[in-house]
Design a protein around this ligand. Structure first.
Ligand SMILES: [Zn+2]
Length: 387
């Protein structure tokens, strides 16, 4: 057995912990770049609290999934304003954007020197400037992942900036911040978290530490995602989902993912579809095709036992089979009104190009079995949903 584990230097979790953000920011620096998502107004209470704690700040909004241009603009603002630390308050987009900004503030050269796929992929030499991640959704676990996923509109692809040096000083996870999330966003982000607990659990690089986090996270997501969707003010359900998301970030950072995320990368690069919604549309179909492929070509695979174990955690039934797990996920997606990929403008004619890119995606390498081009095509067509 060999594994390693690296996460945020400190994780602070719990309802009400948001009130500690400003005092804790004093440990980061004196002038912060406060990175937010679409609704910058949401950052006002934190801005006021920072002021009260004697910390200057400059606001920087990332309105959608972060692009290389957003990061370059954020670095420019931070340099011009003399910011010595970064605080991210938002969903995975704001957090990943802030993660890349904090890294580039401490490193020479340009983003393209370090970006995978579209850049030179050089190792990041220096730790990021001190930064804090405060998620306002429960989905991506970006507060504890070692990569920032950035879109490059000119390349029509998403690529990662990746290094253990990107981890924040503090991940502050306050489930109360997710209480205002509308149901559709609760569903898509929550299903991303669920995907990020199932894929690392059955993948080829799982280890005992990630297994423990996966099982605990799956248990919480299974009992609480539907409740959080139906009643956004259900504090216990929100708490479970914030924990599930946090654990999902820790597991994916160390075990890897699978075919759902293999598809999500090229789809997200070409279509304006939210990451969580894409994962949700793919998840049951990937599980089903993976199971069939494993049964056909690798019937002794450890992954089959893992799918069965995951099904037992999800359904709460000790006799559940792997197939029951697929049914459970399918029913959940129906209850959460997950739309097919067609909703985001994808069409059957996109299959060839997207399947080819998905096959080459880094997440695909951890899938429990190598899928054939025909199997990838089948997954894509099913995930499109009804015409
Ligand atoms: Zn994801």
């Amino acid at each position: 057995m060999r594994f390693e584990f690296a996460t945020a230097a400190r994780v602070l979790f719990g309802p009400g912990t948001f009130r500690e953000a400003a005092p804790l920011a004093r440990e980061l620096g004196q002038r912060a770049l406060l990175v937010t998502g679409r609704s910058a107004a949401r950052a006002q209470p934190l801005g006021a609290a920072l002021q009260g704690a004697g910390i200057d700040h400059r606001l920087f909004a990332i309105p959608g999934e972060p692009t290389t241009g957003d990061v370059e603009a954020g670095v420019e603002v931070a340099r011009r304003e003399g910011c010595d630390c970064v605080i991210a308050l938002g969903g995975g987009s704001a957090i990943d954007g802030a993660k890349a900004i904090a890294a580039m503030l401490a490193n020479p050269g340009t983003l393209l020197d370090y970006l995978e796929v579209i850049g030179r992929g050089q190792p990041v030499p220096h730790p990021s400037v001190p930064w804090m991640a405060i998620p306002t959704t429960a989905g991506t676990g970006a507060e504890v992942t070692r990569n920032a996923v950035l879109a490059s509109p000119e390349h029509q692809v998403k690529a990662s900036l990746r290094s253990p040096l990107l981890l924040p000083r503090l991940a502050l996870v306050d489930p109360e911040l997710t209480q205002g999330l509308p149901p559709a966003l609760t569903a898509s982000t929550g299903l991303d978290a669920l995907t990020q607990l199932i894929e690392p659990y059955v993948c080829v690089r799982a280890n005992p530490l990630t297994d423990a986090l996966c099982v605990e996270g799956l248990k919480r997501a299974a009992r609480s995602l539907r409740r959080a969707f139906e009643d956004g003010a259900d504090a216990a359900a929100r708490e479970d989902m914030s924990a599930a998301s946090l654990f999902s970030g820790m597991t994916l950072a160390h075990a890897g993912l699978g075919a759902v995320h293999g598809f999500a990368a090229p789809i997200g690069g070409r279509f304006p579809a939210p990451h969580g919604a894409v994962c949700a549309a793919l998840l049951p179909h990937v599980m089903e095709v993976n199971l069939r492929a494993l049964n056909q070509r690798s019937p002794g695979s450890e992954a089959l036992r893992r799918y069965e174990e995951a099904a037992r955690v999800l359904t709460g039934r000790p006799q559940a089979t792997a197939r029951d797990g697929v049914m459970w996920v399918r029913e959940l997606c129906a209850a959460l009104q997950v739309p097919g990929l067609r909703t985001y403008g994808l069409a059957p004619s996109d299959a060839a190009a997207l399947c080819e890119k998905a096959a080459a995606a880094s997440s695909m390498k951890a899938n429990p079995i190598g899928l054939t081009p025909a199997e990838l095509q089948e997954i894509f067509e099913r995930a499109l949903g009804p015409a």
